[in-house]
Design a protein around this ligand. Structure first.
Ligand code: ACO
Length: 429
């Protein structure tokens, strides 16, 4: 069977045979190189056919070997490994290494990787001064976006994006410094002195230390909460070509340095339809207030008054596998922190929605944000920090995707086409 499709242009009667390219799975990832459509013309001076795809709902913008999602079956794998296995047995730093290198680290590689990340967590004192310039009530995500961009001015060599060693150094710096900036943003808003990193702690243990250390000399994170945060970070580490990752690739495609590219990706993540959704989920659950009010709220969603936050996904038309893991994780966290009463409203909301024709017919299931906010809140994170936590984890995926793009010979500067619908040429008289 030839690997091509035949298109008949009914405008001209011409037949075109266009090649099909495949990824790992022939039934999931077959594509027509869009440039070939340009050969389909009505006349010699015709520009040729394009595809019209707002929101890129059916456009593969790259080949990638990092993350695989089968949204119909609710499957998520990083470099072939099911998310359930990684979340169950690996740390965030191991998973970050996997995304960046394509393989899980062996013992020595992990020791080396952990050492380097741990020894790059401190930020320049001038960055601290920079952060002091924000208004007292600045949203920590706004602080993160700007501060990460400002890092670019501290590491001018980062512009040498084609040098693999320079690239690696910035990757280490970014993964190491994101938690520090995030925690400092929180401490600033809380009016607390910045807490410096502690090299004796794990990645997530140290983050909890920088967030919550008070006057004690050695902060000891609760092991259950430290592990829970690791699981949350693993689940959020990558998700193929989502809005923020596409932004990272688009900005990186102009060969901007990785700090400004990560800042742009953070900005994309900030929006309520993407990383800001778990913040909205909590506000929604608080607004519902108690379990009895759930049916009324669902009716208002069905009338189109607003969307059910934490429900629906561009890719998953089945239960988001990350939401499943989080529902179980919530119980472990509550055993330490005490139950977050919002969980009862969330479970009831899920139950009613999953039985309702409106949600069933549209294949709307809970996504990762439905339960993550409830867990974060139980762990003491203020709502405004939720997208910041997401950004810390997703930095690993953004950088892996950025690096993959830079060495991919097919990649060029991101520059989509448009279908012009404005006025024909006219003149000012
Ligand atoms: N509540 C109610 N109805 C919904 C919801 C929702 N959460 N999501 C989609 N729908 C409905 C739409 O109204 C539409 O119905 P229609 O066919 O009658 O017009 C249908 O389902 C399809 O919706 P689209 O907007 O076309 O789906 P799209 O793939 O563009 O949107 C998105 C995906 C943005 C995630 C959407 O489901 C949404 O807004 N969800 C709420 C926000 C959210 O939870 N975002 C987090 C996503 S996960 C992440 O970014 C990490």
């Amino acid at each position: 069977m030839p690997d091509s499709v035949t298109i008949i242009d009914n405008r001209t009667g011409e037949r075109y045979e266009l090649p099909v390219v495949y990824g790992t799975y022939p039934t999931y990832g077959a594509a027509i190189p869009a440039a070939n459509l340009r050969t389909i013309k009505q006349s010699e001076d015709d520009f040729g056919l394009m595809t019209y795809d707002p929101g890129y709902t059916n456009t593969a913008s790259c080949k990638s070997s990092i993350t695989f999602i089968d949204g119909e079956r609710g499957i998520l794998r990083y470099c072939g490994y099911p998310i359930e296995e990684l979340a169950g047995s690996r740390s965030f730093l191991e998973v970050a290494y996997l995304l960046l290198e394509g393989e899980l680290p062996d013992g020595n590689q992990l020791t080396d990787w952990t050492w380097h990340v741990t020894h790059h967590t401190i930020i320049h004192e001038k960055i601290k001064r920079f952060m002091d310039g924000f208004r007292y009530d600045a949203h920590p995500m706004g602080m993160l976006v700007s501060t990460v961009a400002a890092l670019s001015t501290f590491y001018p060599e980062s512009r040498q994006i084609q040098d693999p060693d320079v690239r690696h150094k910035q990757i280490v710096r970014l993964i190491a410094k994101m938690p520090t900036i995030a925690a400092f943003a929180y401490r600033y808003s809380a009016g607390m002195p910045y807490a410096y990193p502690d090299n004796d702690l794990s990645y997530t243990g140290n983050f909890l230390n920088m967030m919550y250390r008070s006057t004690e000399t050695g902060y000891k994170p609760d092991p259950v909460l430290e592990r829970a945060l690791d699981v949350l970070f693993v689940l959020h580490a990558d998700h193929e070509q989502n809005c923020s990752t596409s932004t990272m690739r688009a900005v990186g495609s102009s060969h901007a340095d990785p700090y400004v590219a990560v800042a742009a990706a953070c900005a994309a993540l900030y929006g309520p339809l993407h990383g800001g959704a778990n913040e909205r989920v909590l506000r929604m659950l608080e607004e519902i207030g108690n379990v009895k009010e759930v049916p009324k709220y669902v009716e208002r969603v069905k009338k189109g008054e607003f969307r059910l936050m934490g429900f629906g996904h561009r890719v998953y038309k089945n239960y988001d596998p990350r939401a499943k893991i989080l529902r179980e994780l919530a119980e472990q966290v509550f055993a330490v922190t005490g139950k977050n009463p919002l969980i009862d409203i969330a479970v009831e909301l899920e139950r009613i929605a999953l039985e309702d024709e409106y949600f069933v017919s549209r294949k709307l299931y809970p996504n990762v944000d439905f339960y993550s906010g409830i867990i974060y809140q139980a762990m003491g994170f203020p709502t405004a920090m939720f997208p910041v936590l997401f950004a810390i984890a997703r930095t690993a995926g953004w950088l892996a995707q950025w690096q993959e793009m830079l060495v991919d010979e097919d990649q060029r500067i991101a520059r989509p086409r448009q279908v012009y619908t404005g006025a024909d040429e006219r003149h000012v008289d």
